[in-house]
Structures are given as structure tokens and as C-alpha cells.
Design a binder for this molecule. Structure first.
Ligand SMILES: [Zn+2]
Length: 222
């Protein structure tokens, strides 16, 4: 079960996590999870560029190691990057030790100060362990493009009906989400632009790694 808009009631319970940016300006923070993926990420980058939009990509470390050219392109085009673990770990089903290891492996190829827990599932202990090093980014608006039971039009409504100034919106540049994403992203960009919104990358999404260091580190046993 999920809600397209995170209830305001929930947020004070998890106030260490970032749900939206505090602002009255009409800015939106689009985020793309689970890439980079060769069949989707270049299209997302082209579509964002057509609208002069900047976004933040929460990358799976394994995918960055497999597609360093795509990761380099995300950076070169002025978007932010975030850590999304090496292998898309569910924090509720992973020991804190193994979870941190997966985050650190991803960090070797992303070098960012933003982190988003896969599935939004992270334990209190894991939050405490990561907090000093990362800003943990959740969302207030879900496009639900991962949901194969809905269509792209529904994803458009999920976003445009729920966005507010400073919203953090989740999309996926994954192959699975592509049928809905390809319909929803251009329409969302057009609709929100017509409503005077600008699309800005989240602060802290620059990487400390030099451009040359998109090293492929070998996947390790987990
Ligand atoms: Zn994910």
C-alpha cells in the first residue's frame, strides 16, 4: 500500500528525514531512483534538458559501476546524485552491518551526501548510523510509476494534484517504470512549468569524486 502524497501527520514522527524542502517559492525537486539504466536514463536526461529542468538521481551503486558513462552524463548535465545502496537493500530485512556495507560500496562510486533508502524502508538504528554522514531524503509526492497496475495518466495526476512549493517527487529511471514514466514525465514538466514551477536539484547532490574516477569496482558477495 502506498499514498501518492505522504500524510503531513507522519512527518513529525520521522523528523530526522527530509520529506520536502521548506520554501514558499514555486520550486519542485524531481528525483529518479534505481538507475542509471541504458534504456531509460538517456531519455530522462534528454526530456529534462528540453525543459531546462534539473533533478536528482538516486543511483544503485551496481548500476553506476556497470554504466559509468551514464553516471558521468548525469553529472555533466548539472543534475544531483544520491546514494541508493549498492544493491537496492530493504533496510527492514537487512542487518545494520550489511546495510552500511551496501551504502559504503555505493558511496565509492557516487561520493554524494544524499541518501535515499530503497522502498523507503530503513530502521531507526540505520538512520542513526547514517545521519552524520548523509542527508536522508524521503519524498512528499509519489508518481507511483513503479506500479504496473496503473497507467501513465494516473501517474500524472498523482504528481500534479499533490505538488506544493518545495515538493520532493519520486520517479524511477528503471526499465520497469518506463511505460508509465515516458507518458508522465513530459506531461508533468509541461503542466508544472505552465503553473510557474521551476525544477531544481536537491542541495548536497554533488559528488566529491573526480570526473575521471568512475571506477568499476567489482561486485562483492553480500
Ligand atoms: Zn529504489
Amino acid at each position: 500500500m502506498y499514498l501518492a502524497r505522504t500524510p503531513d501527520l507522519l512527518r513529525p514522527l520521522y523528523k530526522d528525514l527530509l520529506w520536502s524542502m521548506p520554501t514558499t517559492e514555486r520550486v519542485v525537486h524531481l528525483t529518479f531512483d534505481d538507475g542509471p539504466a541504458p534504456r531509460t536514463t538517456p531519455w530522462v536526461l534528454d526530456t529534462l534538458a528540453r525543459h531546462g529542468a534539473k533533478a536528482t538521481f538516486f543511483c544503485i551503486g551496481r548500476n553506476v559501476a556497470m554504466h559509468p558513462d551514464l553516471f558521468a552524463r548525469i553529472r555533466a548535465e548539472g543534475h544531483g546524485v544520491g546514494n541508493h545502496t549498492w544493491d537496492h537493500r530493504n533496510g527492514w530485512r537487512t542487518s545494520t552491518f550489511a546495510y552500511l556495507r551496501s551504502v559504503l560500496l555505493c558511496q565509492m562510486v557516487t561520493g554524494t551526501s544524499l541518501f535515499r533508502p530503497p522502498y523507503g524502508k530503513i530502521s531507526r538504528e540505520q538512520v542513526r548510523a547514517l545521519q552524520g554522514r548523509f542527508r536522508i531524503v524521503m519524498w512528499d509526492v509519489l508518481s507511483a510509476d513503479f506500479d504496473t497496475r496503473i497507467d501513465g495518466d494516473r501517474c500524472i495526476r498523482n504528481v500534479v494534484q499533490n505538488v506544493r512549493p518545495g515538493s520532493i517527487v519520486v520517479f524511477h529511471d528503471s526499465i520497469k517504470a518506463a511505460p508509465r514514466l515516458r507518458k508522465a514525465l513530459p506531461a508533468v514538466l509541461e503542466n508544472l512549468t505552465a503553473n510557474d514551477y521551476r525544477f531544481v536539484a536537491l542541495p548536497g547532490g554533488t559528488t566529491g569524486l573526480p570526473a575521471s574516477r568512475q571506477a568499476c569496482i567489482p561486485p562483492t558477495r553480500s
